[in-house]
Design a protein around this ligand. Structure first.
Ligand SMILES: [Cu+2]
Length: 314
């Protein structure tokens, strides 16, 4: 009898957290920062991550609410911030993630000079530093960025090298698309102290607000994975702005090729910054086991591991 009542409690807890997910820790260099643990008692918890109440998703009905910013109850910090140098990597590790397909979107926001801890992230302050959606194949059957998180529970992203030092929030978000016309949003925020010699703040044209950045009618949100269109489409419009290009100018969402000069230029040409190989197009292979081609990605993408033996421009 005793055994069966213990079993009942355990399985109902499992049912609560059996699907869905959230970031459970962050790794910067060799330092691991435990995230907020929503299924532990809030009492005494301190984390660089903002509080949130569960692994449950947010829906399009939440897009107009403050919950979409840093998840439910994610308004304030618990007193910690992680130091990270501009240009270095942050690895997020999800406690669990099961949804294919899903897209990954990562934003930052500069906190006021008083710091992040008592700032709620309101206003047009968020800029995107990374995103990835459909990697290859069709929307319905292809490989999605979130597949890597299903497989490894990890996503590594770089703090822009040009970013000015200061206090920032970082917002990791997964968008699960497995249910037709019922997208699920999973955002969590953490507090960072960015160090380094960067001098750039994103221009206002690169900034969005949460709520406000997404609309239920955005093509990547009003989305049916089972539609006949999704059986053939080989690109996916990731919601939100373009990834900030690291300059004081807005990142173009559809960059045009550089114009080719049609007249002779007599001024001395600037030192060429062109890489010694032809940059690899987004989503194409740029490294991996036995790969001998160019390892430099075209502007707007970076070469990253997608599985053990394969790297792609993402
Ligand atoms: Cu779920």
């Amino acid at each position: 009898m005793k055994f069966s009542s213990v079993f009942t409690v355990a399985s109902s807890l499992l049912a609560t957290v059996s699907a869905h997910g959230g970031v459970g820790k962050y790794t910067i260099g060799s330092t691991v920062y435990t995230g907020w643990q929503p299924y532990n008692s809030a009492s005494g918890q301190k984390s660089i991550q903002r509080q949130y109440s569960s692994f449950n998703p947010l829906y399009t009905s939440d897009l107009s609410t403050v919950n979409i910013r840093c998840n439910n109850a994610g308004t304030l910090g618990t007193g910690m911030s992680a130091s990270v140098a501009a240009g270095s990597s942050i690895k997020a590790t999800w406690t669990q993630w099961t949804h294919r397909p899903s897209a990954v979107m990562i934003y930052m926001a500069k906190c006021p000079s008083s710091g992040c801890n008592s700032w709620d992230g309101a206003g047009k302050v968020w800029f995107k530093i990374d995103h990835a959606g459909l990697i290859s194949g069709t929307q319905n059957k292809g490989i999605w960025a979130g597949d890597q998180i299903v497989d490894t529970l990890e996503w590594t992203t770089k703090v822009p090298a040009s970013l000015a030092p200061g206090e920032y929030l970082i917002r990791h978000e997964l968008l699960a698309l497995h249910q037709a016309n019922n997208p699920q949003f999973y955002p969590e925020c953490a507090q960072l102290t960015v160090t380094g010699s960067g001098t750039t703040n994103p221009p206002s044209s690169a900034l969005v607000a949460f709520p406000g950045a997404y609309s239920a009618s955005d093509p990547g949100i009003n989305f049916n994975i089972d539609s006949s269109a999704a059986m053939v489409a080989t690109t996916y419009p990731i919601p939100g702005p373009a990834v900030w290009d690291g300059t004081g100018n807005p990142a173009p969402s559809n960059p045009d090729p550089e114009p080719v000069p049609t007249t002779l230029v007599t001024m001395p040409a600037p030192e060429p910054t062109v890489p010694s190989c032809n940059p690899v197009a987004k989503y194409q292979q740029c490294g991996g086991k036995g790969f001998t081609g160019c390892t430099v990605c075209e502007a707007g993408s970076t070469c990253r591991a997608n599985g053990e033996y394969y790297s792609q421009c993402l």
